[in-house]
Design a binder for this molecule. Structure first.
Ligand SMILES: Nc1ncnc2c1ncn2[C@@H]1O[C@H](COP(=O)(O)OP(=O)(O)OP(=O)(O)O)[C@@H](O)[C@H]1O
Length: 511
């Protein structure tokens, strides 16, 4: 890093923040932090476009914490001073964790609450009544709390952050966000953080910022080829399983890997397929409760699993974002039991991911960037492999165009082996595929939901079980959707699974 780069200790930060930064092991600010923190400390509104994984969260969190610490020296009254809006619950959880880490030495002075989770409004009310200094939430959640008078913001709010601003509208938050902004007082410092600057960000800029400083860092939206290697492999649907097996088995793809598929069924199909070869993987999809999703991400980050198979359903089920080729905006409803505020390709900080595999081709350029941005983060190296069928070659060209910028070189290079070279493995894969029946997928899907519910202590509510008069676990699975899992406490064995509201049970098609 160049010697003339500004360092954290030259920014005039509170000692408690400095200690937390030291604990995180951050020797230097990233480029966006170096530029944004001094401007934010000066009170400027900021529009920051920096590529995914460049440390945008701390770029606003550090000055916010510093500002709150400074104001607490003179004003003792407790109030919500900063609001951070995020598009997904996973991101809410992650932003909250980052704030917790940065406030490790001043947690009493800077209280942070994440209300993006699925708990009832009434359960979150006491948290908001304590007036945490920083509230993190999705626009719809915050609006609902304002409507329920669980929190007031207009008098006390000093700062507003819109994180992953390019995604908020595409997650269907446009009207909530506008409603929310209308309710807020217009005098606050505002931050728009985004990996891309699209029309939605421009629209938000008009709505939210006052004479902002615009920071457009790095021309390219993904790290260059010295940090991130991007490859495409041409293969048809029937060969994808063979290909992924070969890549893993031959060690061509090593270490932590994130595999993106486009539907829940496919993530279980691939998981079961890999299990045939003793390759364990965990799954992540919108059907799992949010606590379970955060738990899985945490376990992956802690090294419990090497492979995650994640769905990137948002752009598929609800294409309100610019879709490649068609460029249409529409509103398809999402599947029953799915969480509209699910989004693991967006902004989630999976740690030390060495590889991203696009098993199913991403449907938008943004989706490609956000998926691939899960690797090569914070200066680490990474590889992205994208499977492309002959029908997707035009889409690939569109992604190449979008990533090329001024550069004449293609961002994605063809991967250096041919399908013919792995023919020898085909018979093994065929056998494994045969055992992954529809029924097996259904069962795995249900088992996973059950297991994750049981793992998640917070979801358990003790109640009397009618059939056996012993213990029962009543679990809130998703908004308006309930699953009653009945257990005999003595044996600890699941006795059955019953729907409470037959029409709305997310597992209805599995039962
Ligand atoms: N100054 C720093 N030094 C080292 N690591 C850092 C620094 N700042 C942030 N990081 C780490 O970099 C990673 C990416 O940070 P962050 O999630 O804030 O990126 P981002 O720009 O918001 O990415 P995305 O757009 O994908 O959400 C995190 O693991 C974070 O802990």
């Amino acid at each position: 890093m160049a010697a003339d780069r500004l360092r954290f200790h030259e920014m005039g930060l509170d000692n408690r923040l400095m200690k937390a930064l030291a604990d995180l092991g951050w020797a230097q600010p990233t480029l966006i932090q170096e530029k944004a923190i001094p401007l934010a400390l000066d009170g400027k509104d900021i529009l920051a476009r920096a590529r995914t994984g460049s440390g945008k969260t701390a770029a606003y969190a550090v000055p916010l914490i510093q500002r709150i610490l400074a104001s607490k020296e003179t004003v003792c009254e407790q109030a919500v001073r900063a609001l951070v809006l995020v598009p997904t619950k996973e991101l809410g959880h992650q932003v909250h964790t980052m704030f917790r880490q940065l406030t490790a030495y001043c947690a009493r002075d800077v209280r942070v609450a994440d209300i993006s989770g699925k708990a009832d409004l009434s359960a979150q009310r006491p948290i908001l009544m304590e007036k945490p200094d920083v509230v993190v939430g999705t626009p719809s959640r915050v609006l609902a709390h304002l409507a329920a008078r669980n929190v007031t913001l207009s008098a006390s709010l000093e700062a507003l952050v819109i994180d992953e601003a390019d995604l908020l509208f595409s997650f269907g938050f446009e009207s909530d966000l506008k409603g929310l902004l209308w309710l807020l007082r217009r005098i606050y410092q505002a931050f728009l953080m985004s990996a891309t600057l699209n029309e939605d960000v421009e629209a938000l800029k008009e709505l939210v910022l006052h004479n902002p400083v615009t920071l457009k860092l790095q021309g390219s939206q993904l790290p260059d080829s010295s940090q991130l290697q991007q490859y495409s492999i041409q293969c048809e649907e029937e060969d994808k399983f063979l290909l992924v097996y070969t890549l893993l088995k031959l060690g061509l793809v090593r270490s932590k890997t994130l595999v993106f598929v486009d539907a829940v069924d496919r993530c279980y199909r691939l998981k079961l397929f890999l299990e045939q070869f003793s390759i364990p993987a965990c799954v992540l999809n919108s059907e799992l409760p949010v606590q379970s999703r955060c738990h899985i991400i945490m376990q992956f980050n802690q090294g419990f699993y090497n492979y995650i198979i994640a769905t990137d359903e948002h752009t598929v089920a609800d294409p309100t974002v610019t879709v490649l080729q068609g460029k249409k905006r529409g509103t398809a409803s999402r599947g029953r039991g799915k969480d509209e505020e699910y989004g693991v390709s967006r902004g989630v900080d999976f740690h030390n991911v060495s590889n991203v595999i696009n098993f199913d081709f991403p449907k938008t350029v943004e989706s490609y960037i956000h998926r691939v941005g899960r690797t090569a983060r914070a200066g680490n190296p990474g590889t992205a492999l994208t499977f492309v069928s002959h029908t997707e070659l035009d889409l690939l060209a569109q992604i190449q165009d979008a990533l090329a910028g001024d550069n004449s070189e293609s961002a994605l290079k063809p991967y250096g082996f041919k399908m013919e070279e792995i023919e020898g493995f085909r018979y093994r894969c065929r056998d494994a595929m045969r055992s992954v029946t529809k029924q097996a997928i259904k069962e795995a899907r249900l088992k996973e939901i059950k297991q994750e519910l049981l793992n998640s202590e917070k979801l358990k509510v003790k109640a009397l079980c009618e059939p056996c008069g012993q213990g029962a676990l009543i679990t809130h699975l998703a908004r308006k959707l309930f699953l009653l899992l009945t257990f005999c406490e003595r044996s600890g064995v699941a006795l059955g699974c019953r729907r409470v509201t037959p029409d709305s049970c997310p597992a209805a098609d599995l039962l």
